[in-house]
Design a protein around this ligand. Structure first.
Ligand code: FPP
Length: 247
């Protein structure tokens, strides 16, 4: 069965977020170092990005490096940082050709200069693209993001810029995802059943999809399977099925 042709365009998620997990275990299976898993993970990044652009998905957020990932062995951290520089550099033309806009969430200021510069350059060069927005979560954690928002709000209140009550919409404007709709679908690979400090505010009503596939093995077909599962679900947002039928 061709899963792509099963996907209903009218019920496509606008925003898909992915926790790319299992690179290390994938490498270990064949006796290779962890970085070999990360390098092979880039193929899957390319595949889901292409598939998203083709389907007409508007936003794709990839959890590429969390604030906790700094605790990994230095060689792995440095390897990941140069893999990012390399990948962003190599893929920039393809992003431009395919009208993909690159964005990031997370505290980029703590990244090595070469990584930060490569990213900022690609973000600037692609800023006017109008197709898929590819968002890399880098040095990101949701608790950092929420605290950062609270601190900015408190500063604006002290300076008299924020006179009214704080509602959901005001709060969302202080998050790093400002202007981006909440994801309708979250995918996590490698069989782990956790959110791991990712988009905690934004995932309030998101459909969750977990697969045992390790990230480097994650293909277009796996991606279509996740979207197909999403399309089979009833999203009630607290209402009953009967209410949805009559609306
Ligand atoms: C999690 O697997 C993966 C990461 C922390 C890094 C993801 C990075 C990439 C796929 C490469 C570059 C990305 C871009 C966007 C160009 P893990 O190492 O935690 O795997 P494990 O749980 O099996 O140890």
């Amino acid at each position: 069965m061709d899963l792509k042709s099963k996907i209903v365009q009218q019920n496509l998620p606008q925003h898909i977020a992915i926790i790319m997990d299992g690179n290390g275990r994938w490498a270990k299976q064949s006796g290779q170092p962890r970085l070999f898993g990360h390098s092979n993970g880039v193929r899957a990044v390319r595949e889901v990005t292409e598939a998203s652009a083709e389907l007409g998905i508007k936003y794709l957020t990839l959890y590429a490096f969390s604030t906790e990932n700094w605790n990994r062995p230095e060689m792995e951290v440095m390897g990941l940082m140069s893999l990012l520089v390399d990948t962003v550099g190599k893929e920039l033309d393809t992003l431009l050709k395919n009208n993909v806009r690159l964005r990031s969430i997370g505290d980029l200021s703590k990244l090595p200069n070469s990584t930060k510069d490569a990213l900022e350059r690609a973000i600037l060069k692609t800023k006017d693209n109008t197709g898929l927005t590819l968002i890399l979560a880098l040095n990101y954690s949701s608790r950092w993001e929420i605290l950062d928002a609270v601190n900015k709000i408190s500063k604006d209140i002290r300076n008299g810029f924020l006179p009214g009550d704080i509602n959901e919409s005001v709060f969302s404007n202080y998050l790093s995802t400002v202007g981006i709709p909440d994801p309708e679908l979250l995918i996590r690979t490698s069989g782990e059943l956790r959110i791991s400090n990712f988009l905690l505010w934004q995932l309030a009503y998101t459909e969750l999809y977990f697969t045992d596939t390790f990230w480097p093995d994650f293909s277009r077909q796996h991606f279509y399977e996740a979207i197909d599962s999403y399309q089979s679900r009833e999203r009630r947002f607290g209402k009953t099925s009967e209410q949805l039928e009559t609306s």
